[in-house]
Design a protein around this ligand. Structure first.
Ligand code: AMP
Ligand code: ZN
Length: 471
C-alpha cells in the first residue's frame, strides 16, 4: 500500500543528526526506550560566558526541544567545570580557575559560585529553561574520577610521570577516531613538548599539586593533586547517564583533543562505546576569529542588553544559521535579527485577541521535517515566515501553528518576553499615552505613539495594559 510519510507520526520517521564520528547524518536510535541521554560539555566557570559559548548552549537547547517535541524524554546534563581546565588543553599552563582566584585574591569557590550563577542567568535570559537540565559540578565527582583512573591503571592504560598520572594513548588503538587524528604520524615526527610523556597525545588523568599548595586539591592513591579536565566529563557522564550515552555535544574546538580523550579513557575503562552520536557546533566568529575569552575578543550578553538589544534576538540570530555553519557576529546582523524578531512579535501581538484554532498540518509537518533533519532551524524559520505571510491561512490557525513551532524555537512568540531596560522618559510617555487611550482621546494617544517611535521604541497594547519594546 502506498504510504505518504508526511502523515506518519514524527517519531516513526525519526530524527536525523549529523554524527562527527561517522561523518554522516544518522537516525537517532536511543539506547533505552525510557529516555534519550545527552551530555553537553559545560562552561569553565572562571569568567562570564561569552556569546560564542552561548551559541553552544542554544544549539544544545534546540536539540533538547526537538527531542521533546518528538515525544522523546531527554535526560540532559550540562556540566560545570569548576577545576582542572588548564590554560592549554594539552595539560600545560595554569588552572584557569586557580589563576582567576589568585588574581582577584578570592577563594576558588567564590569565583566558581559567582560564574555558575551568571551562567545559569544567561541561559534563563536566552530562554534555555534551566529546570530541564542537570548541572553537575566536577568538584562533586572527585571519587568517581579517581575510580576511573584506578580501573584504567588496573587495565594497564596509565603511567606515572613527574607531574601526574597519564593515559597511554598507545594502549588504545582506536585513539583519534573523531576528526581522524593519525596517531602514527603523531608518534613519529612530533616535536611537541613531550615533558616526560611517552606519546605526544597522552594526557593527564591526575595532576600532582607540586611544591606550591593549590587552592583546590584532593588526596588520591597517587598523591595530592587534582583531576584532568577531560576525565571530569567522562566521570560526570558515566555517573549521571551510565556507561553509554546517546548524544554528546560540544563546540567544534573540543573534537581534536577533549572529546578524543573522553572517548579513549571512557571506552578503555568500560569496554563499551561511550557515545552513539557526537554533535559539534561551529564557532561564532568576530572579524574572522573565533570569539574566545583567551583571545580577548569576548562579547557578553549583558553588554548587548545594556546596549538595548533584546536578548532573544541573539537566540534568533543563532537560529537563522545552521549550527554546523560558522557564524560571523556583527552588531548589524544582530540588529537584523532583532528587526525580524520584532516584526514577528508585532504579528503575534496582533493575534492577542484571536482564538487559536487548528494546527496547519502542511506547515507544521514541513517545519518539523526541517528541525528533525539535523536541526535545520534556518529552513524552519523560513517556513514560519511563509506561514505568517500566507493569505489563505486563517489567523486562528496561524496562531495555533506558531504556538507549536515556538515550542521548538523558544522565541516566546506568545509568552512573557524578557524586556530590555526602557528609559524612564519612554515609560512616562507610554503611561501618558495609556491615559489618553483610556479617555478615548485617540488623537493625542496616537501622537504620543509616534513620539515614542521616533525615539526608537514601540508601545504594544495588551489586554491588561501595554508593553514597550525597542525597535
Ligand atoms: P569553555 O567554557 O571554554 O569550556 O566552553 C564552553 C563551550 O563553548 C564549549 O562547548 C566550547 O566548545 C564552546 N565555545 C567556545 N567558544 C565558542 C565560539 N566562539 N563559538 C561557538 N562555541 C564556542
Ligand atoms: Zn567535556
Amino acid at each position: 500500500m502506498f504510504l505518504n510519510w508526511r502523515f506518519l507520526k514524527p517519531k516513526a520517521r525519526g530524527i536525523h543528526l549529523y554524527n562527527t564520528k561517522s561523518k554522516k547524518k544518522e537516525m537517532l536510535k536511543p539506547l533505552h526506550s525510557s529516555h534519550v541521554s545527552i551530555y553537553s560539555c559545560g562552561p569553565t566557570v572562571y569568567a562570564a560566558a561569552q556569546i560564542g559559548n552561548l551559541r553552544s548552549y542554544v544549539f544544545a537547547d534546540t536539540l533538547h526541544r526537538a527531542l521533546t517535541n518528538a515525544e522523546y524524554k531527554p535526560k540532559h546534563i550540562i556540566n560545570i567545570t569548576d577545576v582542572g581546565h588548564l590554560t592549554d588543553d594539552a595539560d600545560q599552563g595554569e588552572d584557569k580557575i586557580e589563576k582567576a582566584a589568585k588574581k582577584e585574591h578570592r577563594s576558588a569557590e567564590s569565583i566558581t559560585k559567582e560564574y555558575t550563577k551568571a551562567f545559569l542567568a544567561d541561559l534563563t535570559t536566552l530562554n534555555i529553561v534551566t529546570g530541564r537540565y542537570t548541572f553537575p559540578k566536577a568538584t562533586d565527582h572527585i571519587p568517581e574520577q579517581i575510580e576511573i583512573i584506578e580501573v584504567l591503571e588496573e587495565k594497564g592504560h596509565t603511567y606515572k610521570t613527574k607531574d601526574g598520572i597519564y593515559f597511554d594513548t598507545k594502549t588504545f588503538p582506536k585513539y583519534g577516531e573523531l576528526g581522524g587524528i593519525n596517531l602514527v604520524e603523531q608518534q613519529g615526527g612530533a616535536r611537541t613538548d613531550m615533558r616526560d610523556k611517552k606519546n605526544p597525545k597522552d594526557f593527564a588523568l591526575w595532576k600532582f599539586s607540586g611544591k606550591e599548595k593549590r587552592l583546590q586539591e584532593w588526596d588520591s592513591p597517587w598523591g595530592v593533586g587534582f583531576p584532568g579536565w577531560h576525565l571530569e566529563c567522562s566521570a560526570m557522564a558515566i555517573s549521571h547517564l551510565g556507561e553509554q550515552i546517546d548524544i554528546h555535544t560540544g563546540g567544534e574546538d573540543h573534537i581534536y583533543t577533549h572529546h578524543n580523550n573522553e572517548i579513549a579513557q571512557s571506552e578503555a575503562a568500560t569496554g563499551k562505546v561511550f557515545a552513539s552520536i557526537w554533535m559539534h557546533n561551529a564557532f561564532l566568529n568576530l572579524g574572522g576569529n573565533k570569539i574566545s575569552k583567551s583571545e580577548g575578543n569576548s562579547i557578553y550578553l549583558a553588554d548587548l542588553i545594556k546596549e538595548g538589544f533584546s536578548p532573544l534576538s541573539l537566540r534568533y540570530l543563532f537560529l537563522e544559521a545552521h549550527y554546523r555553519t560558522p557564524l560571523s557576529f556583527t552588531k548589524e546582523s544582530l540588529k537584523g535579527a532583532e528587526n525580524a524578531l520584532h516584526r514577528l512579535y508585532l504579528f503575534t501581538d496582533s493575534l492577542a485577541k484571536t482564538k487559536a484554532t487548528f494546527v496547519h498540518n502542511f506547515y507544521l509537518n514541513r517545519f518539523k521535517e526541517a528541525v528533525y533533519d539535523d536541526l535545520n532551524t534556518a529552513k524552519a524559520l523560513s517556513l514560519l515566515w511563509q506561514l505568517v505571510r500566507d493569505g489563505d491561512v486563517s489567523n486562528g490557525s496561524k496562531k495555533k501553528t506558531l504556538e507549536r513551532m515556538d515550542r521548538m524555537l523558544g522565541l516566546e512568540l506568545f509568552g512573557k518576553r524578557l524586556k530590555v531596560d526602557i528609559p524612564q522618559e519612554i515609560k512616562v510617555l507610554a503611561e501618558k499615552r495609556e491615559e489618553y487611550r483610556k479617555q478615548k482621546d485617540f488623537k493625542k494617544s496616537d501622537e504620543l505613539r509616534d513620539r515614542i517611535q521616533e525615539k526608537g521604541y514601540s508601545v504594544l497594547d495588551r489586554d491588561n495594559g501595554f508593553i514597550i519594546e525597542k525597535l
